[in-house]
Design a protein around this ligand. Structure first.
Ligand SMILES: C=C(OP(=O)(O)O)C(=O)O
Ligand SMILES: [Mg+2]
Length: 426
């Protein structure tokens, strides 16, 4: 049966923050129909590919995406129709050429990524394979270790915490399902502890609690208390990971911890703070501990702590092979956060991951703070085999959808499913 692409159509839907985003449908001549939805960040890196928004204040305060929808329907569709969906790289390259800008500013990275992901899904359905098996091949059966955000601050929450994400990693769990259970139990225990201490238990954009704590340190301490109260050993069973998202509090050359009232810090003082925290708390990973343009700071931090700590670049690299190459040459970190919509196509995201593999660097597949119910990310994490995923807490359905998909994949893989501590034995 003819599997070539018969239709490409986009529509405007809402994401988890109630902001517009795209859903793209790709139909094949043989009747197969696939769709994919595009996420959206809040603490965005300045070099991310362009998320095209209409800017018309009469619709969603200017955040509408009808232009991007129109670009899919009127400009991309005529070029992609008739092509073979298994030619992912060719279709992605074609869209880049059609866009013609270095940052996808004409068509919009949201338009291009929606098509790119829907094409991958259509090809997987056509091959009668689950998406993870189509993208990863028969040798990929590693489930990712959750890096679960359970306490929010920064731009993701209206509270007194400067650092954006305090996460837990169930390093001692024997399988993904068990790891997810560890995390869910700690999440519920944390809620009770926060309540008892008189804090609110509202949640931030990714579903972590957003209490008005007295300091950033208190966030680590209350989570450690929850890990122990839930019956786990901090560091062995469950470790901590942070994403301060430091670009969001970097002002005029200093790190301004204004939400907590802890004052301004220089790069050296921030590095010293992380060194102290790594000694005090069982922290295994810090993402964006410094701002996106603080390359010398990242180098210093990696030289000092890189043998003990996973140092992840998110805003620093924006999933862009160009910046990842620079990071590898300058030893600016030892890991990369991977977000499909920062670069804007499946092929370029895989290229970014290839660079990490070649350098012996770790990579963490990540959601955005604005998500949809799409579970592409879960399959993608298994297919890429990096063994780590960041996809929020367990009280928001758009995040749980990814966890539930990973549970399905683990069950489907059965005996061959692999779940490993990415940092070796604790
Ligand atoms: C997921 C993140 O947040 P956002 O999507 O807002 O960039 C992050 O910074 O890692
Ligand atoms: Mg980040």
């Amino acid at each position: 049966m003819n599997r070539s692409i018969r239709s490409v159509k986009a529509m405007e839907i809402l994401d988890s923050r109630g902001n517009p985003t795209l859903r793209v449908f790709v139909g094949l001549e043989n009747g197969i129909m696939a769709s994919a939805s595009v996420p959206s960040g809040a603490s965005t890196g300045e070099n991310e590919a362009v998320e095209l928004r209409d800017g018309d204040p009469r619709r969603y305060g200017g955040k509408g995406v009808l232009q991007a929808v129109n670009h899919v329907n009127m400009l991309i569709a005529p070029e992609v129709i008739g092509r073979d969906p298994i030619c992912q790289a060719e279709i992605d390259r074609l869209m880049l050429e059609l866009d013609g800008t270095p940052n996808k500013g004409r068509l919009g990275a949201n338009a291009i990524l929606g098509v790119s992901q829907a094409v991958a899904r259509a090809a997987a359905l056509n091959a009668n394979l689950p998406l993870y098996a189509y993208l990863g091949g028969p040798g990929e059966f590693r489930l990712p270790m959750p890096m679960m955000n359970i306490l929010n601050g920064g731009k993701h929450a209206d509270n007194s915490v400067d650092f954006q994400e305090f996460m837990i990693m169930p390093l001692g769990a024997a399988c993904f399902a068990e790891g997810l259970r560890y995390c869910a139990e700690v999440f519920h225990t944390l809620k009770n502890i926060l309540k008892k201490k008189g804090y609110n238990t509202n949640v931030g954009d990714e579903g972590g609690f957003a209490p008005n704590l007295k300091s950033n340190e208190e966030a680590c301490e209350v989570i450690l208390e929850a890990i122990e109260a839930a019956g786990y050993r901090p560091g062995q069973d469950i470790a901590l990971a942070l994403d301060p998202a430091a670009s969001s509090f970097f002002e005029a050359g200093t790190y301004n911890l204004s939400k907590s009232g802890q004052g301004k810090k220089s790069t050296d003082e921030m590095v010293a703070l992380y060194e102290e925290w790594v000694r005090r708390y069982p922290i295994v990973s810090v993402e964006d501990g410094l701002a996106e343009n603080d390359w010398p700071g990242f180098e210093k931090k990696t030289a000092l702590l890189g043998d003990r700590l996973q140092i992840v670049g998110d805003d620093l690299y924006v999933t862009n092979p160009h910046y990842i190459r620079r990071g590898i040459a300058e030893k600016a970190s030892n890991a990369v956060l991977i977000k499909l919509n920062q670069i804007g196509s499946v092929t370029e995201t895989i290229e970014a991951i290839q660079l990490c593999r070649q350098a012996g660097w770790a990579f963490v597949i990540s959601h955005r703070s604005g998500e949809t119910e799409d579970t592409f990310l879960a399959d993608f994490a298994v297919a890429m085999g990096g063994g780590q995923i960041k996809t929020g807490s367990v009280c928001r359905s758009e995040r749980i959808a990814k966890y539930n998909r990973l549970l399905e994949i683990e069950a489907e893989l059965g005996q061959v499913a692999l779940f490993q501590n990415p940092f070796g034995k604790q």
